[in-house]
Each structure stands twice: as structure tokens, then as C-alpha cells.
Design a protein around this ligand. Structure first.
Ligand SMILES: [Cu+2]
Length: 135
């Protein structure tokens, strides 16, 4: 009985550790389609600090960008030079292009604005939201 009392907490701790590690190794994959002037889907959820793979298809007739703004930063009138410093991460796709890119999710949970950085597209309503949750 004495031995069991010792072994049980160790087994419990090990199983919790394995469960946590299993979650950490699960790849986070986002699939998004660009068009005039939408992201489909437009809302994404990722675990903080994780590697994220994003598969982009631009079905539009012009280039589009997927720009993640830093936490607490939002685009003003339209996306412009003043917003460049507030970018967390971005990827661009030419018309008809399909690509895969990776980035590390922000370490701070919260809601991050996603916009298209091509002139006029933010004004046309090309925006979305990245929700970062505690891993
Ligand atoms: Cu665009």
C-alpha cells in the first residue's frame, strides 16, 4: 500500500505531462482564401506562441496581403505607411497564387486585427480577426 501511494502520484504527473506535450505537438493549420475583398474564413483562433502553418489561395484578380497587426493596434482610415511599424506578421499572394507560409503565433492572448495591406482593400472591408488563446 505504501508503494502504491508513491507510484500513483508519479503516474498521474506523467500522464498529465504526456497530455500537455501531445497538445503542444499538434500542428496549427489555417486555410484561407483571398478574393475581392474578403478573407474566407475571416476569423481564426490559434494557441499563443505556437508554430502556425497558413495555406493561402488567392482566387482574386489582384494581389492581396494577410497582415496581422500587433496587439492593440488597428488600422486607421486605410492601411498606409503609418501602419507598417504596427505589423506583427504578413504574407502576400499574387492573383491565382497558392502558397504555404509559417509564423509563430503571438505570445500574448487577445484579439489581433487582420487586414489586407493592399491600398484601398481595408476600406473595401477586407479585414478579419485572429484570436490568440492561452495554449
Ligand atoms: Cu486585398
Amino acid at each position: 500500500m505504501k508503494k502504491f501511494l508513491f507510484v500513483f502520484p508519479v503516474l498521474l504527473a506523467m500522464s498529465l505531462l504526456i497530455a500537455a506535450c501531445g497538445g503542444g505537438n499538434r500542428p496549427t493549420i489555417l486555410d484561407v482564401t483571398f478574393a475581392e475583398f474578403t478573407f474566407t474564413p475571416a476569423e481564426f483562433t490559434v494557441p499563443a506562441g505556437r508554430e502556425v502553418t497558413i495555406n493561402v489561395v488567392n482566387e482574386g484578380a489582384v494581389a492581396h496581403e494577410f497582415v496581422i497587426m500587433k496587439l492593440g493596434e488597428t488600422v486607421g482610415d486605410d492601411f498606409g505607411d503609418e501602419d507598417e511599424d504596427n505589423i506583427y506578421w504578413e504574407v502576400e499572394a499574387e492573383p491565382g497564387e497558392s502558397l504555404t507560409a509559417t509564423f509563430t503565433a503571438p505570445s500574448e492572448p487577445g484579439e489581433y486585427q487582420v487586414v489586407c495591406g493592399t491600398a484601398g482593400h481595408y476600406l473595401a472591408g477586407m479585414l478579419g480577426k485572429l484570436t490568440v488563446v492561452a495554449p
